[in-house]
Design a protein around this ligand. Structure first.
Ligand code: HEC
Length: 722
């Protein structure tokens, strides 16, 4: 009942807000005793207090649409940097800044939390949960974090190593800390916690390395667990004593066989990003991730089942965590087609009577845009939002019609798009109430899926059941890298969710561009992988303004207002899964310490942080050695063990050292000390002595040196084109 009252109020307010929002009179009540005294009512009413940015997606509906409109199409030319804050990290940064009571709460890499004065960027406190460098190996996608939740005087952080912690918002001191995962397994947390009815909701990541996915709710005051929902069965298909027991028994267990690698690797289905609260239907709606291992033949050889609830959107009861409905986007996923991507709730003119219908929207990795009924998950419509070859369309129930060769991974395998980086990844979308369009950071990044060619090593950190060296030759002619780069595209797509078609598209310089913010100033903001922050006319896509910030501008963007100034804020940094594992796309030289918080306002005159410094000298540090067979085998071991951090083709994008130019390659003993003894383990380079032998380490060194000498011969050793 309470929610309905708040909603009615919200509706009344937002009508007025469309005309001329007076955000000052609509800020939350002044805090009395606690700093950041955000309540459930504040969260429900967040849309009407746009001077602050209270939650990860701005509001419960996570539209990332703000009614602040001091920055307009006419004055945006005066937008400049108000302040910057150095996050002191050379690893990936993905956080959306939260702003409450004039304080910005934001995270850098390694789950480090900063409280900053939102007017000046001055640091108020910093909290470092001291994640061990050795835990970096547990992550698929860099030691990133997408931000905090703020509620009732506390700041909540999901820590990379699986802790959930509550900090005093005033001091940054730990109020409580609880471990949410089995830390002996490769679980990590990168997502922002969400607050729903006095509970903190948190999922986890790790399906590439072998875990079983779930989401849990903890009491925000005490840190006690309230409920947990597992998204896939346990190997015995027995009850866990959790909220998921009944529905797994009723619906999911029979969609899995009794044998296969899922019984040892956890099955996957991690809830690693999108969790939203539908306060009208009192549902928590979550996006569920890919399978573990990826290859369905190895994962579940005896059944041909859908493997519920992989790659699904799931609605749960907010109080108990029990099942309400689900919609599976990719049945029997075997391409890393997660459905964890940003979920938005909106009212769209899709009602039977011509009125509005409350819908859930998602653009998951598989390339289809879905519109579902928020109350029961009914499939309303869906269509491809990018070019794709894995499926030819959706049937009337929204089930993909797979291309005949989509599962032909034997022999030479099959090249499919989207690939595992997805048609859309974690970078948040936005929905403008003004234009009715959804703005999607979309991309086309193909991938060859080929069954593994060396038997899977149970000790390997990554176990996908596929050959990670697929399509990568040990040697290639000059020009190959450029050609590969051109095969990948990225664009900002304005999608009409009612008509299910593009309204406009702006091409970018490559894939993996930033999250989007829409404002009632008629603007859409997005950062790019090349380090520009750009504003577009939300209706036409016309580029109105841009500013270089000299680092990957990938995070979600928030906006807030203080002393009559509207600010637009984001985090920047070079890293994330794409930079680590697809480095060859952007060989842009990158220097350490490139992560920043950047806040813009009209008339801002602060300089952008310094640009990226040139990379090390690009000459081989040892002679080439080894037979062609040794080099080829080195490629396989490199791909299985090193590629995900040091890049394919042994080309790094600068987050981790480019091994081709490393001095260590010229020294067998130092190489061995790092690889086998873990000499650099505290910095994220753990020992591989359980994974590879000394001989295999030498094969990898031979491969890396061969790549260095070939790059010089091909004239590709110099810095890439800018
Ligand atoms: C989880 C990510 C990760 C994986 C996987 C990984 N590395 Fe590293 N590696 C790093 C990081 C981070 C550094 C930088 C460490 C530092 O700054 O001290 C590094 C540094 C190195 C260095 C030192 C280079 C230099 O010049 O300082 C070598 C050699 C190396 N790695 C080899 C390998 C090999 C070979 C593999 C595969 C068997 C591998 N790494 C797998 C993250 C990784």
């Amino acid at each position: 009942m309470k929610n309905i009252t708040i909603l009615a109020l919200a509706a009344a307010f937002s009508f007025g807000a469309c005309q001329a929002p007076d955000t000052k009179s609509e800020t939350r009540a002044e805090p009395e005793t606690k700093t950041a005294m955000v309540t459930d009512a504040d969260l429900a009413n967040a849309e009407n207090t746009p001077a602050e940015w209270l939650t990860y997606g701005g509001t419960y509906e996570e539209q990332r649409y703000s009614t602040l409109n001091k920055i307009t199409k006419d004055n945006i030319k005066n937008l400049g940097i108000a302040w910057t804050f150095d996050l002191s990290t050379s690893r990936g940064v993905e956080a959306t800044p939260i702003v409450v009571d004039g304080v910005m709460y934001v995270t850098g890499a390694w789950s480090i939390v900063h409280a900053l004065d939102a007017r000046t960027g001055e640091e108020l406190w910093t909290y470092d949960p001291e994640v061990s460098g050795e835990d970096a190996i547990k992550g698929c996608c860099d030691v990133v974090n997408r931000g905090v939740a703020v509620y009732d005087g506390k700041v909540y952080i999901g820590v990379f190593d699986g802790r959930l912690e509550a900090l005093d918002a005033k001091t940054g001191k730990v109020a409580w800390s609880t471990v949410t995962v089995d830390q002996s397994k490769p679980y990590t947390i990168t997502m922002a916690p969400r607050i729903v009815k006095g509970k903190v909701l948190i999922g986890n990541s790790g399906a590439e390395l072998g875990v079983r996915g779930y989401i849990s709710a903890y009491d925000a005051q005490t840190g006690e667990k309230v409920w947990r929902f597992y998204t896939v069965p346990n190997p015995e298909k027995k009850p866990d004593g959790e909220a998921s027991d009944k529905i797994l028994a009723d619906l999911a267990n029979n969609t899995w066989g009794d044998t296969g690698a899922w019984t040892t690797d956890g099955g996957g289905g991690t809830v690693w990003d999108s969790v939203i609260y539908d306060d009208v239907n009192d549902s928590v709606i979550i996006g569920v991730g890919n399978a573990s291992p990826w290859n369905a033949k190895i994962r579940d050889p005896e059944s041909n089942g859908d493997n519920l609830f992989l790659s699904s959107i799931l609605a749960l009861d907010a109080d108990t965590g029990t099942y309400k409905w689900h919609f599976q986007t990719t049945p029997r996923d075997q391409w890393d087609y997660t459905a964890t991507q940003h979920i938005i709730i909106a009212e769209l003119p899709l009602g039977d009577d011509g009125g509005n219908r409350r819908v859930v929207m998602q653009a998951p990795k598989n390339g289809f845009f879905y519109v579902l009924d928020a109350a029961d998950g009914e499939f309303i419509s869906g269509d491809a939002f990018v070019p794709m070859n894995w499926a030819t369309g959706l049937d009337e129930n929204g089930r993909p019609i797979e291309a005949p060769n989509a599962r032909d991974t034997a022999g030479d395998g099959v090249m499919l798009f989207p690939g595992p980086h997805g048609a859309h990844n974690w970078h948040p979308m936005a929905f403008s109430q003004q234009t009715g369009l959804v703005y999607i950071p979309a991309q086309v990044v193909p991938q060859i899926f080929q069954d593994e060619v060396i038997p899977s090593d149970p000790d390997a950190y990554w176990n996908l059941g596929y050959n990670l060296a697929a399509g990568i030759p040990p040697a290639y002619p000059a020009g190959t890298i450029d050609a590969l780069r051109k095969g990948n595209q990225g664009f900002l797509l304005a999608w009409d969710p009612v008509a299910q078609k593009a309204a406009w598209t702006v091409p970018h310089d490559g894939p993996w561009n930033g999250g989007v913010l829409a404002t009632s100033g008629g603007l859409v903001f997005q950062g790019t992988i090349k380090g520009d922050v750009v504003a577009y006319d939300a209706a036409s896509g016309e580029k109105l303004w841009s500013k270089s910030v000299n680092s990957g501008a990938l995070s979600g963007i928030s906006t807030y207002e203080l002393d009559g100034d509207q600010y637009v804020a984001m985090t920047t940094g070079w890293g994330t899964s794409f930079a680590l594992s697809a480095g060859y796309e952007f060989v842009s030289p990158v220097a350490p310490d490139v992560g920043h918080v950047i806040s813009f306002k009209l008339g801002g005159t602060t300089d952008a942080p310094d640009g990226m410094a040139a990379m090390d000298d690009r000459t081989p540090k040892g002679d080439a050695f080894g037979t062609p067979e040794m080099v080829s085998e080195g490629l396989l071991h490199y791909s299985q063990n090193c590629l995900t951090c040091h890049g394919p083709l042994a080309i790094s994008s600068g987050v981790t050292p480019d091994l081709r130019w490393s001095y260590v390659t010229g020294d067998k003993h130092e190489w061995e000390d790092i690889l086998m003894n873990g000499a650099l383990k505290d910095n994220g380079m753990v020992s591989f002595k359980e994974q590879i032998s000394v001989e295999q380490a030498e094969m990898i060194r031979a491969y890396v040196l061969a790549q260095a000498h070939m790059a010089v011969a091909n004239g590709e050793a110099g810095p890439a084109e800018e």
